[in-house]
Each structure stands twice: as structure tokens, then as C-alpha cells.
Design a protein around this ligand. Structure first.
Ligand SMILES: [Zn+2]
Length: 272
């Protein structure tokens, strides 16, 4: 079964301290939750790409088990996209259905990555926006940069969250390929932390080449601190990955979450 916003709403009822950081285009609340001790210096978010909603299930599993230094979790940044993948165009605002069907070229949205108006949220951030190797400039199931940086309510929501807490470490969960991507151009990419996180996740790591406008790119370029993108799941799996894999993937994320919190704390103290 695929993981949807309906599943998230049910699962989040078990947590205290859940708060909204904004709304999606179709009016769904985007939720965050701080778990652990002290002030959160680390952020982990998931579900920015529609067809990768298994990462949302992974993060909820991680939240259930997490103990230690505080981490802020955002389990589903693109609820409209996740619902399109799970339920098709009927899940969308009726004013957008015709447009979405035309952009998608049919009723099967299982490989959709974008948000509710066909913007790929992970190329909508303000870091050399529009200069990415795979960027496209018109609405599409993936890689459309949007009309401007932070044109989408979902990217604005996580930008506002970052500016409120000023996290110094972050990780974005994606699928798939079992690899940890780091780095942004000539910025400080904290390679020693990359190696520690990669080891904790038992993943190889690689510099992301030709990326721009992503969350990680924006986080690093803005000088907030350390950021990596984790691509969960063996490459032999096909999109969209079933939520039944969440428990297995979350073991990987759980270990790295505490380490990310420690890295965040270390960088926070350095910045004082
Ligand atoms: Zn992705």
C-alpha cells in the first residue's frame, strides 16, 4: 500500500506537540513535530517528492522510536503530490484536475514527483534557481522550477520553519538508490560530518553534481550549516515504493537522526 496524507493524519494523532508550518496549495496542513531533549538544532524532512511518500512513512516510524537530543521532523512536505500518486486526480482541487491530467498525459499519477500545480518543489529553492542540469521551464511531472524561487506555499513553509529555528544541520529523505548526496559547489560541505552520517546509515556517499534549487543546495548556500540528501532503498525497487518498506528503512534513519542532532549542536555552539 502507498502512504498518503490520510495515513499521516491517522499516525500523527499518536504524537504530542505536532504543529502546522503552513498549507499546501489544496489546503492541506503541513506538519512538524519536535521530539527529544532541548532545543532542536537539526531538521529532517521527507515526502518533498510525490512518488517518494514511503519516506513519510519512514519518518513517522523514526519519530515513534526516536530518543535523545531534539530533532525537528517534517514528515510530509508535499501532501497534495502524495495524494495524487495514491488516489489520482480525484484527490486534487477540482479547478486543477483538467490541468493536471494534461500535464501528466493520462490518469496514472504513480510516477508524479511535483506538487499540485506541477512544480517540482526540490528545484524551487533560491540557490542558483533555474541553473540545474535537469531543470525544465514549463509545468511537468518532475523538474519544473516554478515561476520564481519560493513560488510554492510548501517551499515557503519550510523556509519559514528554517528561519524560525535556524537549524544548523539537516537531512532530506528521498528514494531511491541507497546513496547519500552531499555538497554544494564551493561552499563549506563539512566532509567530516558527511563521512560520519554515511557510516551510520551504511551508505556510500557522493557529491551531487549539477544540482541547483534544491533544499540541500539552499541550506548550504545560505550558510545555515550541514545538509545531506539520503536516497533510501535499493535501486532495484521501482517507484513508487510501497509503505511496507518503511520499518526497514527507518532503522537506517533512526541511527543517523541522533548523530545529526549532535552535529547540529556542535555547529550551533561554534556559531555562538
Ligand atoms: Zn526525490
Amino acid at each position: 500500500m502507498l502512504y498518503g496524507y490520510d495515513d499521516l493524519l491517522r499516525d500523527l494523532e499518536k504524537f504530542g506537540g505536532v504543529f502546522s508550518i503552513g498549507k499546501s496549495l489544496f489546503g492541506r496542513e503541513i506538519f512538524a513535530c519536535v521530539i527529544g531533549d532541548g532545543e532542536p538544532r537539526a531538521l529532517i524532512h521527507a515526502g518533498i517528492h510525490a512518488r517518494e511518500s514511503v519516506t513519510s512513512a519512514v519518518l513517522v516510524e523514526t519519530m515513534k522510536a526516536y530518543k535523545g537530543r531534539a530533532v525537528c521532523f517534517v514528515p510530509m512536505l508535499n501532501p497534495d503530490g502524495a495524494m495524487l500518486v495514491k488516489y489520482g486526480v480525484e484527490s486534487a482541487d477540482e479547478n486543477y484536475r483538467e490541468f493536471l491530467l494534461a500535464v501528466n498525459g493520462g490518469k496514472n499519477f504513480s510516477l508524479w514527483k511535483a506538487d499540485g500545480r506541477a512544480v517540482d518543489l526540490n528545484v524551487n529553492f533560491n540557490a542558483d534557481w533555474g541553473e540545474g542540469g535537469q531543470n525544465v521551464r514549463q509545468p511537468a511531472p518532475e523538474n519544473y522550477i516554478g515561476p520564481a524561487p519560493f513560488s510554492e506555499s510548501e517551499t515557503i513553509a519550510i523556509k519559514n520553519l528554517q528561519e524560525r529555528y535556524m537549524f544548523t544541520a539537516s537531512m532530506s529523505l528521498h528514494t531511491k538508490g541507497n546513496i547519500l548526496y552531499y555538497g554544494y559547489k564551493n561552499c563549506n560541505n563539512y566532509i567530516k560530518y558527511v563521512k560520519i552520517i554515511a557510516a551510520s546509515m551504511k551508505m556510500p556517499y557522493a557529491e551531487s553534481a549539477g544540482s541547483a534549487g534544491g533544499f540541500k543546495d539552499w541550506f548550504i548556500k545560505s550558510g545555515f550549516g550541514f545538509s545531506v540528501t539520503a536516497e533510501l532503498g535499493n535501486d532495484r525497487l521501482s517507484h513508487p515504493i510501497d509503505a511496507s518498506h518503511a520499518a526497514e528503512f527507518s532503522k537506517t534513519v533512526l541511527k543517523s537522526a541522533g548523530i545529526l542532532a549532535d552535529i547540529g549542536e556542535e555547529l550551533w555552539k561554534k556559531n555562538l
